[in-house]
Design a protein around this ligand. Structure first.
Ligand SMILES: Nc1ncnc2c1ncn2[C@@H]1O[C@H](COP(=O)(O)OP(=O)(O)O)[C@@H](O)[C@H]1O
Ligand SMILES: [Mg+2]
Length: 291
């Protein structure tokens, strides 16, 4: 169901155990109501992808995900011809003594719809799927230019076949880890929202929601240690995903509280670069534990 107000969005997010401040709820509400893409930017692991998953659950619509990568081209994102099926169709026609025409194999039946076409087709059929275009900063600028076009009219023309146009635009969530800047033109189409690392209170709240078997004391210790780690000027500061992994690791080891020993043993759950681990060890792991 579509939430009717910012408060409804906040409530729905909480029901899905997503901890959001009001500004994110406002951005989501505006994106849904105004039919504009939501552009979420922030460091890795701050909860951008999760927003799209949670929205799909809230709206009761399918999540269609396009994971971007270097070299992603339009055919992988939009549609491809199913050559194997086309060949088979030609053979069957010929086996039946018929002469196969090109038009026999240039129809929708012989297309493989990729995420963008699927989203537009579903929207043309009256649904409103959640289209996640994840980590757009990894794709090339050429692809970005194509996306700009698609996001302006949600229309796809398949030259030999048809033009499909969305009745109501899908709910689009674009994310970027900001390894490069996304063009202004694309951002201008979107409702922009920066997701920061959570502060202490929000991180404790996330732990309460996502790691309910962790005690209040341990949740507070983990959140405090995370704040300190993120202030340490590391090569790759840990995100919320790492906080949740850390909580699990401590529980798996049968510990109830953080200690210098348990921190030292589990640093590899939180930090993924040897330089960062060394830096923390040099400063002393006990610094992460004491109040
Ligand atoms: N605000 C939040 N509330 C609840 N869980 C969160 C929140 N932010 C992040 N998480 C959790 O942290 C993990 C990483 O989030 P993810 O969306 O994958 O990050 P990103 O896409 O920004 O790299 C997920 O397991 C997600 O559920
Ligand atoms: Mg992500």
């Amino acid at each position: 169901m579509i939430p009717a107000s910012v408060e409804d969005v906040q409530e729905a997010l909480a029901e899905q155990r997503y901890v959001a401040d009001r500004s994110l709820a406002v951005a989501i509400h505006l994106a849904i109501q105004m039919g504009r893409p939501l552009f979420l930017e922030g460091e890795a692991g701050v909860g951008k992808t999760e927003v799209a998953k949670v929205l799909s659950a809230i709206l009761g619509e399918e999540l269609i995900r396009l994971q971007c990568y270097e070299g992603l081209d339009v055919s992988h994102a939009l549609y491809e011809w199913d050559y194997a099926r086309q060949m088979l169709a030609i053979r069957l026609l010929e086996a039946g003594g018929q002469h196969a025409e090109v038009t026999d194999i240039m129809s929708r039946d012989y297309l493989i719809a990729r995420p963008l076409l699927r989203a537009v087709e579903q929207s043309a059929a009256g649904q409103r799927p959640v289209l996640l275009i994840d980590e757009l900063d990894r794709a090339d600028e050429e692809f970005e230019a194509y996306l700009l076009e698609l996001l302006s009219d949600f229309q796809v023309t398949i030259p030999e076949v048809e033009t499909v146009k969305a009745k109501v635009p899908p709910v689009v969530v674009v994310t970027s880890n900001r390894t490069r800047e996304i063009h202004d033109a694309l951002k201008r189409r979107c409702i922009y929202h920066w997701i920061d690392y959570p502060d202490f209170e929000r991180e404790v709240a996330i732990l309460r929601q996502k790691a309910p078997n962790v005690s209040d004391d341990l949740a507070a210790e983990l959140a405090r240690a995370m704040q300190k780690l993120r202030a340490m000027d590391l090569f790759k500061p840990p995100g919320v995903a790492e906080t949740l992994d850390w909580a699990s690791a401590i529980v798996v080891l049968g510990e109830e509280r953080l200690s210098p020993e348990s921190v030292d043993e589990t640093l590899g759950v939180v930090l993924k670069y040897q330089e960062d681990i060394e830096r923390v060890r040099i400063r002393g792991v006990s610094e992460l534990v004491v109040g």
